[in-house]
Design a protein around this ligand. Structure first.
Ligand SMILES: C[S@@+](CC[C@H](N)C(=O)[O-])C[C@H]1O[C@@H](n2cnc3c(N)ncnc32)[C@H](O)[C@@H]1O
Length: 233
């Protein structure tokens, strides 16, 4: 079946750059990330752009992971967590290592990112706690997700390609319909004027609130914003 997701397979250098610099193209490598001392032992993350732009660490992923490690270490025990557009799995893996969570964590992306996700899951020996899954925005939710009914959704740096905005909004809406009290933690980096259109549409569709964080002043200077999205009553 042809995919309805038109997002680019490989594009970090082709994104417009009106507001903030883009990540620099990096050679494949494995690094340790301790999120400014919040994660001990640190996360091992392999980055490789050969299969897509999610193959490297993006700034909103760092901010969202730090936020979850700082404020949600002990509040996610019973949560059913799913990450959208996870790339190499940075945020979901950091939570699996640093937060107390009883359910498996789903890190999802397009098919081309599965190999890297699997590699990073194995590098951190998280096979029993983290599952990589294909979830294409705009397509029906996979049966496993429908059964699991996630109530904490994570999305970092998923606003970067305008034709995918309606697909992402549709999937976020499907997830909030699936579990009425789900919360989406959404970290967004404003790069182009068009990105604000995404937030305008999100505000029409969901209850959007900016999240308090002691780091907010610092990351907002970089054009980064942290929100929760919830279902409109
Ligand atoms: C900029 S990367 C962010 C990766 C990671 N969340 C981070 O912050 O480091 C965006 C991710 O969204 C994924 N993506 C783009 N379009 C998608 C679609 N239509 N369906 C599912 N995932 C998509 C890409 O494959 C990529 O991994």
């Amino acid at each position: 079946m042809a995919s309805r997701s038109p997002s680019p397979q490989f594009s970090p250098l082709s994104i417009g750059n009106d507001f903030t610099p883009l990540p620099i193209y990096k050679a494949a490598s494995t690094t340790s990330i301790d999120f400014s001392g919040l994660l001990k032992p640190p996360l091992k993350l392999h980055e490789d752009l050969k299969n897509g732009c999610g193959g490297q660490l993006w700034p909103a992923g760092m901010v969202l992971a730090r936020q979850m490690l700082r404020y949600h270490r002990n509040s996610l025990k019973d949560s059913r967590i799913l990450e959208l557009g996870a790339g190499g799995g940075l945020v979901g893996l950091a939570i699996a290592m640093g937060c107390s969570v009883d359910h498996p964590i789903y890190i999802t992306d397009q098919e081309n990112m599965l190999e890297l996700m699997g590699k990073n899951v194995a590098l951190n020996t998280l096979e029993s706690r983290v599952k990589g899954l294909v979830l294409n925005w705009g397509e029906p939710l996979p049966a496993e997700v429908v059964n699991e009914k996630p109530d904490v959704i994570l999305a970092a740096d998923c606003v970067y390609f305008q034709p995918a905005f309606p697909l992402l909004l549709s999937t976020l809406g499907d997830l909030l319909d699936l579990c009425k009290n789900a919360v989406i933690y959404f970290c967004f980096k404003k790069r182009r004027r068009a990105d604000m259109q995404f937030m305008k549409s999100a505000r029409k569709k969901f209850v959007v609130e900016e999240i308090e964080s002691e780091e907010r002043e610092t990351f907002s200077r970089e054009g980064l914003f942290l929100y929760t999205f919830k279902r409109k009553p």
